[in-house]
Design a protein around this ligand. Structure first.
Ligand code: WT7
Length: 670
């Protein structure tokens, strides 16, 4: 394990330059002094029972990280032991080097010898209401068969398989089948458009695409195969597709390329031993927004990711064999990878998957599911919680939620009001809340309470997990004082850290490792309070968090500019009660076109087609010109101020043309 690096920013050129964020913007105005100690009954049964025990663990992990990490890894099955726990040459990390293992084996085969063979691995509920249960034995059978299907289509170890599906068990089966044969999966969220799908397929060189005819969502059908067909017009690497029949609607099947899932499965053998793979073998790539237009392929490898999904699920959710665990995330996000599929299955737990919308057919659907399936652990996002608050208490109140014993939150800071509501109305004042901070890049949870040990404070993700060396630092790398806002960094490597941005090592280095030498830069602003608790303030670059999803404003801008009438666009976020942030797009048109309400709608739809519905701006504002610096950089800070308050404060000296701003502020539109 590497020694801690000396505290120093690399250079002012690479230091977190203030051109996107003025230092003063990292000011946290939140004051919150409620503290909720864990209930003694919960602590007594928990894996970690007190804050003292947490501190002991954290201390032990910091003193000897290698023995700490290997202790966890040893709980899983390895076909060949590792030589070194860690090889660390920043920013290149290799974990459990020389070790051989398999994710699918550890999720499935490992549980088949004992009673868990007949235990529910996945309980699935479709939006129309059907329920399917797959035991560990059955899931193993399906995964083995599908792994053989992939092989029969010519998919080889190390190659990429794209998965563009809704929330159906087959999505998990496809992921586990890839992991079984050592193919890297690239799951693309089913809400993404054909264009977004194509870009992600091409960037990852995917050889095959797994999709379905359609998915049920809010009583209608999302036409996945249709979008896939449009994407596949420009994806030279895809040789074959497998199409699951879910909705039964008509689709076009291209002869030679497209195959039905059920037909291939009918003749596939169920014997497929898990391939022994190197610890650093690719597990998945998952695309996430960056601050330039192109999405980043976050690349994760097998051993470290497996160890961290296993360990964090155990510690943070205190997962037990008796639990019915439900994480509401879609499989297309990293939360769906680590905490719908891998984490719970590695622990032999029962994971619930639900296909549809939270308010279909009524706004009580989630509570109905919790009551009927006796869900004991529920993990969702603040944006969903705020929607539930708006829909009203009457919906959860109608249901028996006493099966719940633990609640979780992820995706963005949870405001104390939502936290309290979650605790009172959903948790019946009885369940601990784990507010979990992490990122696609971190592969798993990094900062979160241990539910039996950590006193919680509404709105704080509390303390780093044992083994995680997080800090809040100034631009020069020195640690911030209590309650001083700064940049969130991780100072030592951890097993599930991203290994690179797929195909772009240089961008990987620049984005995460150039601001502080040897430390991982998260891109988030934060502060620590006097107890050392972390309060995440949010992203410090031009990436915004909308409804729990990280969106690059540059990506949305480039989608807008691809419309033939648009000349320039700038997208900023405005705080929004439900979604966390709402997107406001400032748009200038080419000279020959004129603004109109119809054009606003057309532009919103255009973004929906280019990227997906979650990226549609809430509001479009037309402008004659955008405020720019003399060097031609759009001054987003000013646009943000206009979007938020309609007023501009602060420094405008770098602004090139003041008149553009005057017009924007007056809000003259069409
Ligand atoms: C960004 C990562 C983690 C999986 C879902 C999103 C924000 C995430 C929290 C939290 C405050 C949070 C951060 C982070 N974020 N969880 N508990 N408290 N902020 O993954 O799309 O990679 O986004 O989401 O800004 O950097 P992602």
């Amino acid at each position: 394990m590497a020694k801690k690096k000396s505290v120093r920013a690399e250079s002012s050129r690479n230091g977190y330059a203030g051109d996107t964020v003025p230092e003063s913007s990292i000011t946290s105005v939140m004051v919150e002094d409620r503290v909720f100690p864990p209930e003694s009954g919960f602590s007594a049964e928990a894996r970690v029972k007190s804050i003292k025990e947490y501190r002991r663990l954290a201390k032990r992990a910091a003193a000897d990280p290698e023995s700490f990490w290997s202790g966890i890894a040893e709980e899983l099955t390895w076909f060949r032991p590792w030589k070194n726990v860690l090889k660390w040459k920043p920013p290149a990390a290799r974990w459990f080097t020389g070790g051989r293992t398999n994710m699918s084996y550890n999720c499935l085969d490992r549980h088949l010898d004992g009673w868990r063979r007949t235990k529910a691995a996945i309980i699935w509920e479709g939006e129309p209401g059907e329920v399917r249960t797959l035991t560990y034995g059955q899931l193993h059978h399906e995964v083995s068969k599908f792994a053989n299907v992939l092989r029969s289509l010519g998919v080889k170890k190390g190659e990429t398989v794209a998965i563009y599906m809704g929330m159906v068990p087959e999505a998990a089966i496809a992921m586990l089948a890839c992991a079984r044969i050592g193919a890297m999966h690239n799951v693309i969220f089913g809400g993404f458009s054909a264009e977004a799908l194509r870009e992600r397929i091409n960037d990852s060189n995917a050889k095959a695409l797994i999709t379905q005819d359609g998915a049920f969502r809010r009583g209608t059908e999302v036409l996945l195969k249709d979008a896939a067909d449009r994407a596949l017009e420009g994806t030279p690497t895809i040789a074959s597709t497998v199409v699951l029949r879910r909705t039964g609607s008509d689709v076009t099947m291209a002869a030679g390329r497209d195959h039905w899932w059920h037909e291939l499965m009918a003749s596939a053998s169920a014997v497929c031993p898990a391939e022994p793979l190197d610890s650093e073998h690719p597990l998945y790539v998952l695309y996430t927004s960056g601050s330039t237009g192109k999405p980043k392929g976050i690349y994760h490898t097998l051993g470290g990711n497996m160890v961290w999904s296993y360990y964090t699920s155990r510690m943070v959710f205190d997962l037990r064999d008796e639990d019915i665990y439900w994480c509401t995330a879609d499989i297309g996000w990293v939360t769906g990878h680590a905490y719908v599929v891998y984490g719970p299955l590695l622990n032999g737990a029962t994971t619930l998957m639900y296909e549809g919308a939270p308010n279909w057919p009524e706004p009580d659907r989630f509570w109905d599911i919790i009551e009927r399936h006796r869900v004991s652990i529920f993990y969702t996002a603040p944006t969903a919680i705020r929607s539930f608050m708006r829909w009203g208490e009457s919906h959860p109140r109608r249901h028996d939620l006493t099966s719940l014993r633990l609640l979780g939150s992820v995706g963005e800071p949870i405001n104390p009001e939502a936290w309290m509501w979650y605790r009172n109305v959903i948790g019946g004042d009885r369940c601990p809340i784990v507010d979990t901070w992490w990122q696609t890049e971190t592969g798993g949870i990094m900062i979160a309470p241990l539910p039996g040990a950590t006193p919680t404070k509404p709105g704080s993700a509390t303390l780093p997990l044992p083994g995680i060396d997080a800090d809040v630092v100034r631009r020069d790398g020195t640690s911030c004082k209590p309650n001083e806002g700064g940049y969130l960094v991780v100072k030592s490597p951890w097993p599930s850290m991203l290994r690179t941005i797929y195909g772009d090592d240089e961008r990987f280095r620049k984005t995460y490792w150039s601001n502080y030498r040897g430390w991982y830069f998260t891109g988030d602003g934060a502060r620590r309070d006097a107890d050392g608790y972390f309060w995440i303030i949010g992203r410090v670059d031009d990436v915004v968090n909308v409804a729990g999803h990280r969106l690059g404003t540059a990506e949305i801008e480039s989608a807008l500019v691809s419309h033939r009438q648009v000349s320039e666009a700038a997208v900023v976020a405005r705080p929004d009660e439900i979604k966390g942030n709402a997107l406001i797009a400032f748009v200038t048109l080419k000279a020959e076109f004129t603004p109109s309400p119809e054009l606003k709608e057309e532009l919103r739809d255009h973004v929906g087609r280019e990227i997906g519905h979650i990226a549609k701006p809430e509001e479009i504002r037309f402008a004659d010109a955008l405020p720019k610096t003399r060097s031609g950089k759009i001054m987003r800070r000013l646009l943000r101020e206009i979007a938020v308050s309609g007023e501009i404060h602060g420094d405008m000296t770098t602004l090139e043309d003041l008149s553009s701003l005057e017009k924007l502020r007056d809000g003259e539109e069409e």
